[in-house]
Design a protein. Structure first.
Length: 272
């Protein structure tokens, strides 16, 4: 082969190799750019998802179970109207506080028995109407020789922070969530509930506990966490925790002695 031809062939090979090299770099760049875009899109989607979840926070957790009625208003799967007002959720006018629906951290009972809310832990700070119903129930029980008293009433947000953290440190999050509410999710902050007597399972088997189970609804109270309905309420059975809802609703939830849950009745969730 003549020398010149060989030289030209080498030159051509060099150009081809350079071309391939540039092509590889360009392709690599394109692939990287594409991936970056994908990442951006998925980050954008995440943000979008988060926004939607936040909007529906303490309202529909499972969007299939609810339908949007108007801004901030929903219809539960049982056909009740769920409304949010100043961060507080109401179903047909009843305030709902559970694992799904929380209260603002600065919320305190608006019409307390004591006239004003003083401190983070206060029995007389529970709602006036609820307290008057309790006093009537207490005096009726007394005529039967039963001693019923409130051991824990209103608990403020900060009090619940301490309480819940202590339980988590002792038993872990999973166990604590079965019997204690996270701050903002405790019904005790609403002032519409209280714990009676010993605040433990032993209350269930006392004469007082049995009487409460059969008669609390006549005064407008419900057993808020009935036996066997942890999957609905999100909490273990608590025979001592009563919630005031008024006589009409209490009668329905009492369900001839086969207590329903507030969640089951209204078609609400109670999950974190
Ligand atoms: Zn309680």
């Amino acid at each position: 082969m003549p020398k010149r031809r060989k030289k030209r062939k080498t030159k051509l090979l060099g150009v081809v190799l350079l071309f391939i090299f540039i092509l590889i770099i360009l392709l690599g760049g394109l692939i990287m750019l594409n991936n970056k875009n994908k990442d951006n899109i998925s980050v954008k989607n995440e943000i979008k998802k988060e926004k939607v979840t936040n909007n529906l926070d303490k309202a529909p957790v499972d969007s299939n179970s609810y339908s949007l009625l108007a801004d901030g208003e929903y219809v539960t799967e049982k056909g009740y109207t769920l409304k949010k007002d100043k961060g507080i959720s109401y179903v047909d006018g009843y305030m709902i506080v559970n694992k799904t629906y929380s209260l603002p951290s600065d919320f305190v009972p608006q019409n307390p028995y004591s006239g004003s809310v003083d401190g983070d832990w206060c029995i007389n700070c529970i709602d006036k109407e609820a307290m008057e119903a309790f006093k009537l129930m207490q005096s009726d029980a007394k005529t039967l020789g039963l001693n019923i008293y409130i051991s824990s009433g209103f608990r403020g947000y900060n009090r619940q922070v301490t309480l819940y953290n202590n339980y988590v440190n002792r038993d872990g999050v999973e166990a604590a969530d079965r019997y204690s509410a996270r701050p903002g999710h405790s019904e005790h902050q609403s002032g519409l509930c209280f714990d009676l007597n010993s605040i433990d399972d032993s209350f269930t088997y006392t004469e007082e506990g049995k009487w409460i189970n059969n008669n609390a609804h006549l005064y407008g109270f419900i057993i808020r966490f009935p036996k066997g309905l942890e999957n609905e309420t999100g909490y273990q059975y608590e025979s001592w925790h009563l919630r005031y809802v008024g006589k009409d609703l209490a009668m329905k939830i009492y369900n001839n002695g086969n207590w329903l849950s507030l969640e089951g009745y209204f078609g609400l969730s109670s999950v974190y």
